[in-house]
Design a protein around this ligand. Structure first.
Ligand code: AMP
Ligand code: MG
Length: 524
């Protein structure tokens, strides 16, 4: 992360973006998207620029010889001065929101500016969020506020540092314009980098209109982009569906491992690339409880922590329905897709158990090249995991720190772990569980206590983007224009697996009464 000094724009220093746009050039305009321009920003000011990401995208030389000024970046990433080759479009999509179908959503406040190949040759979308009204805006103003856009930076970069697939924030520019929600707020444009923005809802848009030729075109495009290695035969739709299911199972297992609650898992917020997208009312769970939800609009807990894998499967069922017209034989095809869908819970459970085994200190069982199969990992960890989570639930223990301090316990130090449980919790249950866990560690064999603890510390983070610190950073940035708490939190989130005294306040859970009242709002 780098915040550049103010200065005068010089043409040589301008960021050049080697756009190579396939969505706009290979798919039909007026069907898949509408060409559109971003709104002008009256007084753009750069709030955040992700320099490591810019370097990875090949937008900036590694040693920064041609560093752009903050003013230039603000002009570019507000949409005021689009680089050559940009071809902004608003993408069409539909979606099931809280279970109810909306046939037309689409980029109502976003634009796909273009695509580029990063340094690894991977194709990435560069998109704006908050760049003004589009043909898909319905009643909305097409704008975004500083707070929610910086939240997307904080939580997205936290996920990235945790090793979880995610879209990433490249820049946030304050527009100098007020946006009106319940009150006037400073407006902003976020630049988001994604493997693609193809959602379950993109397929639903064409499926709802029975546009079979368009579904086929979108399917071919998506496979070429995300699964080009799949054999090009009649089974391709099944193989593709299976690949999407596998990516979602893996992603959902990552979320469970990190205690991440997305908050609004509508089908338009699930991308087929398998990245986490749309950081609206998201939050990390503190005290462990599968029923945890923070979103003010999720009244019935549809998107609560423990429901997420089931919801992912529900969303995948909506995708399967869209693929039916592509099948050579519909009856047989329905059966094959249903079988794949029914396999999803087991696929997720396997992905989660492998992560949990590593979190429990049995990485040498679960890791790459492990000599034991999944069945053995399962036998060793499933009951241990279930009982561990039951203890955390009963003791209202902080999820992140319980895992982290379990690493100490591998070396016999239990005080920090024990201190996380509520006063009324019966510690003898934890004592009994720790004894079983140690037996299992010994049985899994091979590594010394320090080695086990070290391996555990590599998969059990100390630092996450905690709700209170995120709110504090956003409030200071939005209300007072003070970016210091935001920058400090960003810095703390860079190395989540290291314990640093300087950031101890940011790693601490909120008092329970405060955490229970925490609410998040949709990022509009
Ligand atoms: P989200 O809940 O952010 O995933 O958005 C759901 C849908 O509402 C998408 O089609 C968005 O483009 C649209 N939307 C959200 N906020 C706005 C806004 N301020 N103006 C126009 N459309 C919006
Ligand atoms: Mg969305």
């Amino acid at each position: 992360m780098m915040f550049l000094p103010e200065g005068t724009a010089s043409p040589e220093a301008s960021i050049r973006i080697p756009f190579d746009n396939t969505y706009a050039s290979q798919l039909s305009s007026g069907v898949f998207f509408e060409p559109w321009q971003p709104a002008a920003a009256p007084a753009p000011q750069l709030l955040f620029f992700n320099e490591p990401l810019a370097i990875n995208l090949g937008l900036q030389a590694p040693r920064g010889e041609s560093v752009s000024t903050a003013e230039e970046l603000a002009q570019i990433f507000s949409g005021n001065r689009l680089p050559d080759g940009a071809q902004p479009i608003a993408q069409a999509y539909a979606g099931h929101q809280f279970g109810h179908f909306s046939p037309q959503l689409g980029d109502g406040r976003a634009l796909l500016v273009g695509e580029l190949l990063d340094r690894q040759g991977k194709r990435r979308d560069l998109a704006f969020k908050g760049s003004g009204r589009t043909p898909f805006s319905r009643g909305g103003d097409g704008k975004a506020a500083v707070g929610p856009m910086l939240r997307e930076v904080l939580v997205g970069e936290c996920m990235h540092a945790l090793g979880i697939p995610t879209t990433r924030a490249l820049a946030v520019v304050a527009t100098g314009e007020a946006v009106y929600r319940e009150q006037a707020l400073p407006g902003a444009v976020l630049t988001r980098i994604a493997s693609s923005h193809i959602r379950v809802g993109t397929f639903e848009f064409f499926s709802a209109r029975r546009m079979t030729a368009a579904i086929k075109q979108l399917f071919d495009y998506t496979v070429a982009r995300h699964d080009p290695h799949l054999p090009d035969d009649a089974d391709r739709p099944f193989a593709f569906f299976h690949a999407v299911c596998r990516r979602q199972a893996s992603l959902l297992a990552d979320w469970t491992a990190a205690g991440f609650i997305h908050g609004v898992m509508n089908t338009d917020n699930m991308v087929l690339s398998g990245e986490t997208i749309d950081y609206g009312p998201c939050a990390f769970m503190e005290a462990y409880d599968p029923a945890t939800k923070f979103s003010s609009i999720d009244q019935h807990g549809r998107y609560a922590f423990g429901n997420q894998p089931g919801i992912a499967q529900w969303n995948l069922a909506r995708l399967a329905e869209c693929l039916l017209p592509l099948l050579p034989n519909e009856d047989e095809g329905v059966q094959v897709l249903s079988d794949a869908l029914e396999a999803f819970p087991a696929m997720y459970q396997q992905a989660w158990l492998m992560r949990a085994a590593a979190k429990l200190g049995m990485a040498h069982w679960a890791g790459e090249g492990a000599d034991r199969g999944f069945a053995q990992v399962q036998a060793a960890t499933e009951h241990l995991l279930k009982d561990w989570l039951t203890l955390l639930h009963a003791g209202h223990a902080d999820y992140t720190l319980s895992w982290r301090y379990l690493c100490d316990a591998a070396q016999g130090r239990e005080d920090r772990l024990r201190s996380l449980f509520s006063d009324t919790f019966d510690q003898s249950q934890l004592t009994a569980w720790l004894a079983r866990w140690r037996e299992q560690l010994t049985a899994s064999g091979g590594v010394d206590a320090a080695g086990v603890a070290d391996a555990m510390r590599r998969v059990n983070p100390w630092m996450i983007a905690r709700n209170a610190s995120v709110e504090n950073a956003l409030a200071a940035a939005s209300a007072q224009g003070d970016l210091q708490p935001f920058k400090r939190l960003m810095q703390a989130l860079q190395n989540p697996f290291e314990e640093l005294d300087a950031f101890a306040d940011l790693a601490a859970p909120a008092p329970r009464e405060q955490a229970q009242c925490y609410k998040t709002f949709c990022g509009t």
